[in-house]
Design a protein around this ligand. Structure first.
Ligand code: SER
Length: 318
């Protein structure tokens, strides 16, 4: 039997991944934790505890008490916010990972999942179909912490023969939990504003093409990676994963197919210079070959679901 600890169950990935894991492993075997309260869907469907990943003592007690066998560490400060408080962001992003890696080695945790990001790449990286193995010179705090994290994951995998798995997520788009402080978040905000105001003022330029992914693909990909046999997983750092690549103009054109009067304006802020260093599209052939990854959602399918679901959210609030 597996007992799974999710750290960061209130966040953008955690709020959906926790529910998906409960479906696979059983409601009572997935322990959701965060430093703030999670949604009712999570707190009422299985165990939820307030827990700080930086509190090493409580963490180890928790893991022993609940006989945890797998850990998902999803707590992180995203790219935009990390630029505002670089050292604090570095501390949180790195300490959370290192605490878990070392604790997992000590108590013999069977599997660990940790999210990396397209932010590991930098302006010297080839931008189109960015390969798994390539030049990596990130120049954001978030990117530097993710690249260092990948190196640590690989180090623990080889040095201690552990099973730590990771994905370099593209920008994630979801209607359930809003992201916070990311550079790709315009692609979530735009849907809320399209429905609420009929217009959106975008913080990136119209032709800033970035790799993105609809959350159901990201959740399925994560579960599939974690369910794969260890022997097929040749990448011991983090897998490239590709969904849909588009720029704000293309997304706006797609929204106009559903809301013809929708208007977009552009006012690039500091996040433009972050986006300018990231890839436009990702080559995920290693993930396809090793564990059979394939994305399901294209721009049209994602846009129609996002608009429909967010409209429902607003209607049920009224
Ligand atoms: N979505 C993240 C961000 O924009 C990238 O991993 O920070």
């Amino acid at each position: 039997m597996e007992n799974i600890l999710v750290i960061g169950s209130s966040g953008q990935i955690g709020s959906e991944l926790t529910l998906a894991l409960r479906k696979v492993y059983g409601n009572n075997n997935v322990f959701a934790t965060d430093i703030r309260e999670s949604s009712k869907e999570i707190t009422q469907s299985g165990p939820f505890h307030l827990l700080d990943v930086l509190d090493e003592k409580r963490l180890i007690h928790f893991v022993i008490r609940y006989k945890i066998t797998q850990i998902y560490i999803l707590a992180a400060v995203l790219s935009g916010n990390a630029e505002k408080l670089p050292l604090q962001a570095w501390d949180i992003n790195m300490k959370s990972l290192l605490n878990i890696l070392d604790l997992s080695r000590e108590v013999g945790i069977k599997k660990v999942f940790w999210p990396s990001s397209i932010a590991v790449f930098g302006k010297t990286t080839p931008k189109v179909n960015t390969p798994q193995l390539t030049i990596m010179e990130p120049n954001t705090v978030y990117g530097i912490s993710k690249l260092a994290g990948e190196r640590w994951c690989e180090y623990y995998n080889y040095k201690y023969d552990m099973d730590i798995r990771s994905i370099r997520y593209p920008g994630l788009i979801s209607y359930k939990t809003e992201a916070g402080g990311g550079t790709t978040d315009y692609a979530v905000e735009i849907f809320y504003d399209a429905i609420e105001k009929g217009s959106y003022d975008c913080f990136l330029k119209s032709d800033t093409k970035l790799p993105m992914m609809f959350m159901p693909d990201a959740i399925r990909g994560t579960v599939e990676l974690m369910e794969s046999e260890k022997s097929v997983l040749k990448i011991k750092s983090s897998y490239n994963l590709s969904g849909i690549s588009f720029d704000p103009q293309q997304l706006s054109d797609e929204i106009k197919k559903f809301i013809p009067e929708f208007k977009i304006s552009y006012n690039p802020d500091f996040r433009q210079s972050i986006a300018d260093t990231w890839p436009q599209s990702i080559d995920d052939s290693n993930a396809r070959t090793d564990w059979g990854w394939k994305s399901d959602y294209d721009l049209n399918k994602m846009t129609s679901i996002m608009l429909e679901e967010i409209k429902n959210k607003f209607e049920t609030k009224i």
